[in-house]
Design a protein around this ligand. Sequence first.
Ligand code: GLU
Length: 507
Amino acid sequence: MSSEVRVRFAPSPTGPLHIGGVRTALYNYLFAKQHNGRFVLRIEDTDQTRYVANAEQYIIDSLNWCRIPFDEGPGKNEKFGPYRQSERKSLYKQYADELIANGKAYYAFDTSEELDAHRKDHEAKGKTFIYNWHNREKGRLVNSLVLSEEETQKRIDNGEKYVVRFKTPQDKKVIFQDIVRGTIEVDSNILDDKILFKSDGMPTYHLANVVDDHLMQISHVIRGEEWLPSLALHNLLYEAFGWEKPEFAHLPLILKPVGKGKLSKRDGDKLGFPVFPLEYVNEESQEVSRGYREDGYFSDAFINMLAFLGWNPGTEQEIYKLDELIKDFDLSRVNKSGAKFSPDKTKWFQQQYMQSKSDVVIAQQFQEILVGKGIETEINFVTTVVGLVKERAVFVEDLWDLSSYFFEAPSAYDPKTSKKQWKETTADLMQELIEQVEAIADFSSENVETQIKTWITSKEIGFGKVMQPLRLSLVGALKGPHLFDIMHYIGKPEVISRLKNAIQTLG
Ligand code: GLU
C-alpha cells in the first residue's frame, strides 16, 4: 500500500443519499484533504435487484452541492477505474478462484429450498442455523469440501448453480483495530461462511469491497457503524489474500431526535424535516422527498451541522467553515456512541450562517427570488434592504416577508392593526401628513425624521397617532426597520402614493 492517504466513499445506488451517507462522505473528504490525500467515489452496484437509475447522479449532485467533490470516480481521473462495480464484474471471479485454489473458500451447491429446510429444522429444535465449520463438512450440506473434485467439476460443467463461500477459520481469535473503537476481538467460531460470489456471477458486497479497496490502494476505510459486524470477515479476507489491511474507522449511528433508534430514510416524512441533502423524486412512484437545499439551507451550514454529528473539536467553537474543518477534524475524536440529530440545531446553524454572510452575497440569492416575482432591482438596493432586515431572517426566502414593501406597495393592510390604529380622524391626519411630506426637499432619513417629528410636536399629538398609521400605510403591518429609513429608500412619490392608497382603502 502506498503511504499516500486514499479514502473512498462507497455508496450503493439504491435511492437518495441519506444525511448519514453525506456525513460519511464528509468525514472521508475532510480526512483526505487534511492529509493531502485523495477522496475516491466508488459506486457499489453489485446488487442489481436494488439498483435505482437516478441514484448515482443524485449522489454526485449531493457531493457537489456540499462542495465536497470527489477526486477520483466515475468519469473523473479514472486511474484506478472503472469505479462502478458493475463495470468491474469480470475482475472479481479470479479472486474468488484464487481463494478456492488456496483452500480458503469453497463451492456450495445447496439450493435455497434446502437451506430453508435446514433453517426450519434448526428452529424447530430452538437452534439457529449457521453455515460454518460445525456443519460444512458433516455431509448434510452440499459443497466442494465434501464432494470429490470430479463430482464438483461435473456439477459446475453441467451448469448447476453454485455460490462461493469463505471458509472461515475455526478456533481463531480475530483481533483487529478500529480508530474509533480501539481493539476489537471476535471469536471466529461464531462467524458464518459468508457468500463471496453469487450464482448470478456477481460478487457479494464483501468480496467486491475488499478486492476494490485493495486494488484502489485505499489506506483508510471510514464508514458507518452498520458495517462493523463485517469487519472480522474483512480482516480474515485480507489475511486470506495475504494483503496489507487498510486502517478502519466506523462512525457512530445518527439517531432520531428523541435519541432512540437510527434516523431512517422514512423519518423525514414522519417527523417533518428533510433527511436528504437534495430534493428527491422517486421515478416509479413520483413521490417527492424534501431536501435541505430546496428547504433553503446553505450548504456550508448543512455541512457544519453534519460535521458535529459524531465529532467535536473539544472546544466551545461550533461554527466551522470547510477549510477550518479540514484543519481541525480529528478521526480519533469521533464518538463511539450514536449522535442525536436535532432539527432545531440544524436551523440554528443556518441562522448563524445567515447572519455571518455578507449582505451582498445574500442579496445575490435574494435577487433571484425577486426576479422570480417579476421585480427587477439594482443589486445595490437589494443589498441595502438585506442589511436592514436580515437580522430577523433564517432563510433567504424569509427576506421577502420581511422586506416586500421595499419593492412593492402593500396589497393589504393587517386587519387587526387597521382596526386599532386607523381611527376616525386618521384619514385627515394622513392627508395633512401628505402635504408635509410634499414640502420636504431633502429626503434623507435624518431630515425626514426631523421634519415629521417637528410637525407632530407642533400639533401637540402623540407620536403614535401619526407613526402607527404611517407605518401601516407604507408597510401594510406594524413591522419593519426604522420607518424613516423605509421612507428614504422608497422615496417621496411612493410614500405619497401609499398614503393616498391607505386613505382610500381604510377611509
Ligand atoms: N456499499 C456500502 C454502502 O452502501 C459500502 C460500505 C463500505 O463503505 O464498506 O454503504
